[in-house]
Design a protein around this ligand. Structure first.
Ligand code: PNW
Length: 490
């Protein structure tokens, strides 16, 4: 607790990348403009009962129209890098064939404005907005979708390859498989439970095929993936509990990192076969495609997971955000495990435990499981809090004093840097950067606008942007680093 900007700036290596991240569907709005086609998320959020308060992303942060203003916010923040995602349905409305030039033009302008300001672009190809025609053809349950994403990767390489410094193929395939195809609380809303496993396989295959497409287009940028990692801890001792810890760890972590980093799916206790035998359609050729060498490995960390055996509805903090309507909880499927609370930790507004020491655990587990790990970027980390706008007594300007977010970010960044420093438990990891989720409050998926993760407050009525205290705090760190680098250069 209580990392000052000075103490943090002193801890951060000079060549370390500090960035902020966003995703197209969460910020852009303009969902029916300039030739953008609908995505599975548009359809899902139009159906009643899926999103808190019935919120929709039709306008979101109106970033599509306010992009230059938002780039100025990034510039004034002083971050080294900006991670954003391409809207697949804005660029290729049908998910195949015909390209929408207006979509290309938008990202052309974004990239140019970033580079003019010395901000390094990290571009995510797929952050959950599947073009609706592909979703209607089965989405990620259909192997075909993997080949369509690879085509999209080739198209993106041709249009933007000269200017993107780092490419992320897919953001958190875990969350898409689990929330979208197993629990049905994200698009496309299938509650298929373990029958969702082929969706996971097809996404990792899509990752590998996209890497091939980017490599064969000879893009100069570095290539990687973003997985989310949550250390899994047993709520109590006992065989059943250990087995369920193993199951959840496979479903949430290993299933997605093993094929990418080791070229195989995890061995597991044969007692878990009833749950995992749905993973079919896996060939040695697939595994070779999925495990091509990467230039970096991205992972997101938010919180650890505490597992108890059971068959009750999944009411824990992990999958079902607080504030989700009761009927969704009732509809939630029975699972052989459940995610339990952590009484010893404070929680974010989402109910997620605040446990920076588990980011060190995550890095240590990664280091032990994957000795040949390429350089690592933490591609997301952040927290939602009940931010309140007040008028500053002196300046009369609106202001958000989010000390809790400053503490969250400072403690997590320090935990990651200390764990990977020489002598730290994850010292073998070459940690290259940390991206704050997120630049500004936005459409937080099933939670709509009810959860604010931003460094910048967004008034969704007026679209006014109000930098929070956490924005000023990060700005102070980046300016201390800039001053220090120039003195080194002298
Ligand atoms: C990530 N979980 O999603 C996504 O990459 C972002 O788009 C999202 O806004 C952000 O984190 C905050 O939610 C997650 O339950 C969704 O473990 C769910 C979980 C973690 C991350």
């Amino acid at each position: 607790m209580g990392m000052t900007p000075q103490s943090l700036a002193a801890l951060i290596p000079p060549d370390f990348t500090l960035g902020v991240a966003t995703a197209a569907f969460q910020i852009e709005g303009a969902v029916a403009e300039d030739g953008r086609g609908p995505s599975g998320w548009d359809a899902f959020s139009q159906q009643e009962g899926h999103i808190v308060n019935g919120d929709r992303a039709d306008i979101a942060c109106d970033h599509y129209h306010r992009m230059p203003e938002d780039v100025e916010l990034l510039h004034a923040l002083g971050v080294d890098s900006y991670r954003f995602s391409l809207s697949w349905p804005r660029i290729q409305p049908d998910g195949r064939g015909q390209v929408n030039q207006a979509g290309i033009d938008f990202y052309d302008r974004l990239l140019d404005q970033l580079l003019e300001r010395g901000i390094s672009p990290m571009c995510t190809l797929y952050h959950w907005d599947t073009p609706l025609p592909l979703e209607q053809a089965g989405g990620w349950l259909n192997r075909e979708t993997a080949y369509r994403l690879a085509d999209f990767a080739g198209l993106a390489a041709e249009a933007f390859g000269d200017r993107v410094h780092r490419w992320v193929t897919i953001n958190e395939p875990t969350t898409v498989a689990l929330n979208g195809y197993a629990l049905g609380i994200h698009a496309p809303g299938y509650p298929g439970l373990f029958e969702a496993l082929p969706a996971a396989h097809h996404m990792i295959l899509a990752h590998g095929l996209s890497i091939q497409a980017l490599r064969s287009a000879n893009v100069p940028g570095e290539l990687g993936i973003t997985n989310v990692y949550s250390p899994v801890v047993s709520a109590r001792g006992g065989f059943a509990n250990d087995l369920m810890v193993e199951l959840f760890d496979i479903l949430h972590n290993a299933m997605f990192s093993d094929p990418v980093l080791l070229g195989r799916y995890s061995d597991f206790n044969p007692l878990l076969t009833p749950f995992l035998h749905y993973l079919t359609d896996v060939s040695p050729e697939d595994l070779a495609i999925m495990s091509q060498p990467l230039d970096f490995y991205g992972f997101n960390y938010y919180f650890p997971t505490r597992i108890a055996p059971g068959s009750g509805p999944n009411t824990g903090p992990h999958a079902i955000p607080e504030g989700v309507p009761e009927h969704m909880l009732e509809d939630s499927p029975d699972l052989p495990f459940h995610i339990t609370g952590w009484p010893q930790y404070d929680r974010t507004a989402f109910g997620w435990p605040i446990a920076p020491e588990y980011l060190a655990v995550a890095l240590t587990e990664m280091a032990n499981r994957y000795p040949g790990l390429p350089p690592v970027f933490i591609t997301e980390g952040g927290a939602s809090f009940p931010d309140v706008v007040v008028q500053d007594a002196l300046t009369m300007e609106p202001h958000v004093a989010d000390v809790n977010r400053i503490n969250y970010l400072g403690d997590h960044l320090a935990a990651a840097l200390n764990a990977t420093a020489p002598g730290g438990p994850a010292e073998s990891i070459d940690l290259r950067g940390y991206y704050v989720w997120t630049l500004m409050d936005n459409f937080e998926w099933a939670a709509g606008y009810s959860q604010r993760f931003g460094l910048v407050y967004v008034d969704f009525e007026t679209q006014q942007r109000i930098p929070k205290s956490s924005y000023n705090w990060l700005q102070e760190i980046t300016s201390l680093r800039a001053a220090d680098t120039s003195s080194l250069r002298r």
